[in-house]
Structures are given as structure tokens and as C-alpha cells.
Design a protein around this ligand. Structure first.
Ligand code: SF4
Length: 710
């Protein structure tokens, strides 16, 4: 596929930045990407592209991006980064990780996987394999600051953590949205590229979208109805809606669902009047929305990051599925349905079904979920002495200093480690603490098949994308780095694995991602690698369709709708509701279309224009605190304080303020030169690692704060 001098070629690619997995058409001149547009022939994304996709090559061309492994010499602001060879970098990494394990046991090694791992085929096929060879219990990922409540509820109700009901957006007539902003995000745990057009189609066929959110988001602005809801009170509103289904005789439940009476009793005291008092959503609106939802010709309830990242995220996700199931909208066209992907990561157990509380964290006793501990506890596991203390950390494509609660303190803890290595493209707020950074090829230089997002998409499609650009001489793909770290670390351990097992691991880690996908497609029998190579835009496998009860992964093929551990969380919800102070100011996050969590801030074209880092606040709240629009304010929480600019807007519900997440790049010694010019503070210098959902997810939303003039 080499590109000869002077050649202009069109190549098909895929955007790896968000869950929408848009198909791209790239113009490549002399080996450089000169333009990117959406691929109209892609059966899922249909030509859609957002500003981030247009800027995708900015990462590849970024002069600040690491192209060779580097070693840190010195520390703090005086740190120097010196290029070293791959062999040296991999050996140093293996030495450091193995030393921690040999000296202090396997749990002395902590691993953090950032969000981009799920967007890389090599990380999916080989990152997990690497983790297995480490056998540490101290595994963390961005999942616990994002979506683990969905996974917990999917495992409890449907028998697999990734068997998540997907709104049938192309046929629904009523889309009920809690705490999600697909106009900015193009969906999450609902891969829905081209959401704006799909919404237009929904409206054109007479459908409605109803949004509950503490901010009048981009999605709320185009909804048929938007209702302000006080942050972190969604659970109470959702439970009152479930109650209303029973009260109004609107239930219609399939035979494979049991535990309905337990649900009815559990929600009996969550009246709409109580919900109004707590959330600000009028009781009569709760009753009407519930009736409209249940009587629509195909309705889908959906809640995303706004409801997942709060203290009762799992209760919210459970209640949302109760609404879908009890109203007869589960496994129904126009309601919510399961996908049937070409690579069935669920049915074929390519991803494990899930488990919870098989072990607990050492310091706080937090239960694991599907093999991971909440990242909110990472800092205490590094700082608290004793057996099992984390001494060495490996991060992969993550920036938890900006993206997890009390990130500033986590950064200080990372600085105290015996050893840290990072697989990453950048020196950033987190990786600057590493001793070694190993940069993989960029997404444009690697093959891609979306193992996870096809399984969460609003339509069944499949697409294999060969690398768009040649791999430069002396570069390594992420999967090759994982293989080498795993094998070299294993070879240095005092407690070696039996030879046969070690050879099996070596063989498994040496198969390329492309070969693995070829095999998985064969096993799935819905399409083949040959067909995908012949149709690089993607193969359409049709709309979602009813699959129940055969698709259930529970042992008895029943849905047990009233899981004990969810019901056991309701007393905590009642107590939290009672303790709530009505005059308290609370903080929520937000996402912008031109940001991708904590990255893409090094792209000039994505960061120029009107600043968008400000603290948003309702004008009445400004006035009552004697603040003026555009002034500097001090925002403080239990954990810390930041100083930033405030902007008055009636987009915000009174009593609620918002900061975007992923900002706050002003750290000395960071090589992301442009990013450090992006103004703004980190919301996670305010969020609190003590506030967790029962799933272990960080409860970002609803953080109590005070705002005062500087
Ligand atoms: S919506 Fe934007 S960021 Fe997401 S996959 Fe599509 S082009 Fe990429």
C-alpha cells in the first residue's frame, strides 16, 4: 500500500475517537493525509463526520506527539525526556514492573487502561492478554469513571455485562433521554453516528424526544420537551415512573421476566410528589411522561453519562431497563433491542460475562466489578503502606490525572512510585510521572475492526479497515508493545509460569489482530474477512430485531428483574434524599463536540474560536452571590479548589453549575504545547473519590461546591 511520490489517493478509514465509529474517506498525498470527509457509503455512519473526525490526522501530524520511546531524566519541572531504543524501553519497562512484583507480590503492580483502549483493535485483542499475564488484582480503567453501572445492570438482568439494550432509534416513536447529549456525542453505549439526521427522521415520522437534564444541552435544545432535573436525583424520578407504570395499569410484561411483584413493592414509596420535591420535575409531568412513554407505538428509555456518573448510577440504569421491560418496549422494534454483531463478543464469551465482589480492594474494601477496581481508589492503594501496596504502575492511553476524581492528588501519588511506565502518544499530566513512555503507531497506521462498538450499534453492520498509512520504519503497533511487555516481564519474574503455559501465552500474543478477527468472523458465520475486504465501506447486516429469550445469557434464560443488590441500595438512596440540602450548589460536567475527553486539545483547529472552558451558572445564582458574568471565581469542594471564569446562562438549572471535563492542561513539564495554551481548569480537582456508586463508578455529578468572587 505504499504511496509513491506525487500520488494522490483516496483511502477509506475509520474514526477511532468516539463510539460513533464513523467511516471516513481520506485523501492521501505523498503519504500525508490532506483531507478527511465522511464516507457516504458506510452503512452505519452514512457519510456523517464531526469536527473531531475532520481533525483526526492532526494527531498523526502533531509535532508534539512522541514517535520514539523516551526515558525521563530528572523530575518535576526540570525533567528531560531522552529518546531511547525500543529494546531499551521495553527492557526498562519489564525490569521496573518485574522488580515490583518480585519484591512485593503481584498486586504491587497497578495497571490503568484509558478510554482509547476500547477504540483500538490491538488493545482489545492483546491488551487483555497482557493483563492476564500480570495476574494483579489492581486493575483499573476509565470504565469506573464512565459506564460500569450499565455493565453491572446488564450482567444482573441479562447475564452478560455487555448485553446492553440499544434504543431502536431508526424506528422508535418516543425517545426518553436522561443525562445524555447525543447531539454532541453521537451516542454512547448506543453507537449512533449521524444522530442529528436520525433525530430529524424521528421527528418527520411524528416521533418525539423528551430530555431530562440539569442543563439545556445541545440535545435538549432540539428536543420536543426538556425538563430541568436536579443533578443526581434521576433515580428518584425514574423509580417514580416505574411506580406510575403499575399505578396506571400500564405494564405489559413478557413471560421470561420474573420478580415483578418485588419491583412493585420496592418502588411503592417513590411517589411523583416525592420525586418533584427532590428533583424539581413536576409530579403531573412525571405522570404524563410515563403515560406517553408507555402508550407510544414503540418507545425507548435511555440514560447515559449524566446518570451513570452519580451516586445512584446503577439504580438509574436498573430503573431505565425496568421502564423498557415493564412497558412492553423491550425486545420490540421501535423500543430497545439487542444487537447481533458479526463478532459476537457476548454470546461467544470473547468478553467474560462479568462478576462482582469476588475480591475487594485492600484499603477501602471496595468490591471488584468484572475484574476491575474503581479508579477512585487508586491513589489510596499507592499511598497506604502495607502488604499489597502498589509500587509500580503501567498506564495505557490514559490521563487519569485529568479524568478521575481528585486527579491532582493522584498525580502526586504517581510521582511517589518506585516505577511507572506508560504506553502513550504524549507526555501529558499523567505520563509525565512515568520513567519510560512507549508510543505506539497512531490509529491511521493500524488495522481496525470495532469489536465492541458493533455490539452496541443501532444497526447490525461490520467493517474491517486496513491501515490507511504505512507503518514508519522502527515503529511499533500497540499490540506488539503489549506482547513485548508481557513476555519480557514474565521472563523476569522469580515465580515463573510452567513452560507449557508460558509457550501458550507466547503463541497467543503473537497472532496478529487481523488474523484474530478473521477467525472470529469465521466463528460468527455472519460475514467473512474476504467479504469485508471486498466491501471496505462496511457490510450491512440489517436493522436490530427481536432476539428474546434466546439471546439472554442468564443460566435459566429468565430476566430476574429485582436483583437483591440493587434493591439493597434503595435505603441508601432514601437516606441521601433526606439529607439533601435544598440550598446547596452542585457541580456537573459537560462535553463539547470539539473535545474528546482530555485529548485533542493539541489540535489547533479544534481549540481555536470562542473559549468554552468557563463555569456555567444561572444568572440568578450569579446575582445572589454578587458575582458578575465573565469575572474570575473560586470554586471549592471538599477536595480542592480552582479559580476560573464564570459565565451566566439560563441554560443551567438554578442551583447547578457546570465545568467541562478533560480541561486543565496547565502543568509544567508537559509537552503538549498547544494544549497548555487551552484555558480552563480540571473539574477533577473538585470531584471527590469518596463519592461512589455501588458499581464503583465515580459519582462526579452533584458534587457540592461553593462559588465566591476572587
Ligand atoms: S462522531 Fe466525530 S469523533 Fe465520533 S466517530 Fe464520528 S467523526 Fe469521529
Amino acid at each position: 500500500m505504499s504511496c509513491h511520490h506525487g500520488e494522490v489517493e483516496k483511502r477509506l478509514g475509520v474514526c477511532n475517537l468516539c463510539e460513533a465509529i464513523c467511516g471516513l474517506e481520506l485523501t492521501v498525498e505523498d503519504g500525508h493525509v490532506t483531507s478527511i470527509r465522511g464516507n457516504p457509503d458506510d452503512p452505519l455512519s452514512r457519510g456523517h463526520i464531526c469536527p473531531k473526525g475532520v481533525a483526526l490526522a492532526d494527531v498523526h501530524d502533531d509535532p508534539d506527539r512522541l514517535r520514539r520511546p523516551v526515558e525521563r531524566v530528572g523530575s518535576g519541572p526540570d525533567a528531560q525526556w531522552v529518546e531511547i531504543s525500543w529494546d531499551e524501553a521495553l527492557d526498562r519497562t519489564a525490569d521496573g514492573l518485574a522488580a515490583a512484583v518480585n519484591g512485593h507480590g503481584r498486586d504491587a503492580l497497578g495497571v490503568y487502561l484509558g478510554n482509547p483502549n476500547v477504540h483500538s483493535l490491538g488493545a482489545q485483542t492483546h491488551g487483555v492478554g497482557m493483563l492476564k499475564t500480570f495476574r494483579t488484582r489492581n486493575k483499573f480503567s476509565a470504565g469506573s469513571v464512565d459506564q460500569v453501572p450499565h455493565q453491572l445492570v446488564a450482567w444482573l438482568l441479562f447475564g452478560h455485562q455487555l448485553l446492553i439494550p440499544i434504543p431502536d432509534i431508526d424506528r422508535t416513536s418516543y425517545f426518553l433521554v436522561f443525562g445524555a447529549n447525543p447531539m454532541a456525542s453521537n451516542g454512547s453505549l448506543m453507537t449512533v453516528p449521524d444522530f442529528p439526521n436520525r433525530l430529524r427522521e424521528l421527528t418527520a415520522r411524528g416521533g418525539r424526544m423528551v430530555v431530562l437534564d440539569p442543563r439545556r444541552t445541545e440535545t435538549a435544545k432540539v428536543a420536543d420537551e426538556h425538563h430541568f432535573i436536579r443533578p443526581a436525583t434521576d433515580a428518584v424520578v425514574l423509580l417514580s415512573m416505574v411506580r406510575e407504570l403499575f399505578e396506571q395499569g400500564l405494564t405489559c410484561v413478557p413471560s421470561y421476566v420474573e420478580g415483578i411483584e418485588s419491583v412493585r413493592l420496592a418502588v411503592a414509596d417513590f411517589t411523583p410528589e416525592h420525586a418533584e420535591e427532590v428533583s424539581g420535575v413536576p409530579a403531573h409531568e412525571i405522570r404524563r411522561i410515563t403515560r406517553d412513554f408507555a402508550t407510544a407505538d414503540g418507545a425507548a428509555a435511555y440514560g447515559r453519562v449524566g446518570v451513570s456518573t452519580q451516586g445512584f448510577g446503577s439504580v438509574c440504569q436498573w430503573a431505565i431497563q425496568c421502564l423498557n421491560i415493564l412497558s412492553g418496549n423491550f425486545d420490540r422494534e421501535g423500543g430497545v433491542l439487542f444487537t447481533e454483531p458479526a463478532v459476537d463478543i457476548v454470546g461467544k464469551r470473547i468478553v467474560g460475562a462479568g462478576h462482582r465482589d469476588v475480591w475487594r480492594s485492600r484499603v477501602r474494601g471496595a468490591p471488584e466489578l468484572a475484574g476491575e477496581l474503581p479508579v477512585s481508589i487508586l491513589r489510596e492503594e499507592i499511598e497506604t503502606p502495607g502488604e499489597g501496596q502498589i509500587r509500580a504502575v503501567l498506564t495505557v492511553a490514559g490521563n487519569p490525572v485529568l479524568s478521575t476524581p481528585d486527579g491532582r492528588s493522584l498525580g502526586a501519588a504517581l510521582g511517589s512510585l518506585d516505577f511507572m511506565a506508560a504506553v502513550d502518544l504524549y507526555v501529558n499530566e499523567t505520563t509525565r510521572h512515568a520513567d519510560v513512555i512507549l508510543p505506539p503507531t497512531t490509529a491511521l497506521e493500524r488495522d481496525q475492526y470495532d469489536l465492541v462498538f458493533h455490539a452496541l450499534a443501532v444497526r447490525n453492520t461490520a467493517r474491517f479497515t486496513p491501515a490507511v498509512l504505512d507503518k514508519p520504519e522502527g515503529a511499533m503497533d500497540d499490540w506488539e508493545i503489549f506482547r513485548e511487555i508481557a513476555l519480557r516481564t514474565a521472563a523476569r519474574l522469580d515465580r515463573r509460569k510452567p513452560l507449557a503455559k508460558a509457550l501458550r501465552e507466547r503463541a497467543r500474543l503473537s497472532v496478529s489482530p487481523r488474523a484474530i478477527v478473521t477467525g472470529l468472523l469465521l466463528a460468527g458465520r455472519r460475514t467473512t474477512m474476504r467479504a469485508l475486504r471486498a466491501n471496505p465501506a462496511g457490510v450491512d447486516l440489517g436493522p436490530l430485531r427481536p432476539t428474546m429469550p434466546a439471546r439472554l445469557q442468564t443460566r435459566d434464560r429468565l430476566i430476574h428483574l429485582a436483583p437483591d443488590i440493587v434493591l439493597a441500595d434503595l435505603p441508601r438512596l432514601r437516606a441521601a434524599t433526606e439529607q439533601r440540602r435544598a440550598d446547596e450548589l452542585v457541580l456537573i460536567g459537560r462535553r463539547h463536540q470539539r473535545d474528546n475527553n482530555s485529548w485533542m486539545h493539541n489540535s489547533e483547529r479544534l481549540t481555536r474560536g470562542r473559549p468554552r472552558h468557563q463555569l456555567l451558572m444561572h444568572p440568578d445564582d450569579l446575582t445572589s452571590r454578587g458575582l458578575t458574568d465573565g469575572s474570575q471565581v473560586r470554586v471549592s469542594s471538599r477536595v480542592g479548589e480552582v479559580v476560573t471564569e464564570v459565565r451566566g446562562t439560563d441554560e443551567m438549572m438554578p442551583g447547578v453549575v457546570s465545568l467541562p471535563h478533560g480541561y486543565g492542561h496547565q502543568v509544567e513539564g508537559v509537552r503538549m504545547d498547544n494544549a497548555t495554551k487551552v484555558p480552563g481548569v480540571s473539574i477533577n480537582d473538585l470531584t471527590d473519590p469518596e463519592r461512589l456508586d455501588m458499581s464503583g463508578n465515580a459519582a462526579f455529578n452533584g458534587t457540592p461546591v461553593a462559588v465566591e468572587p476572587v
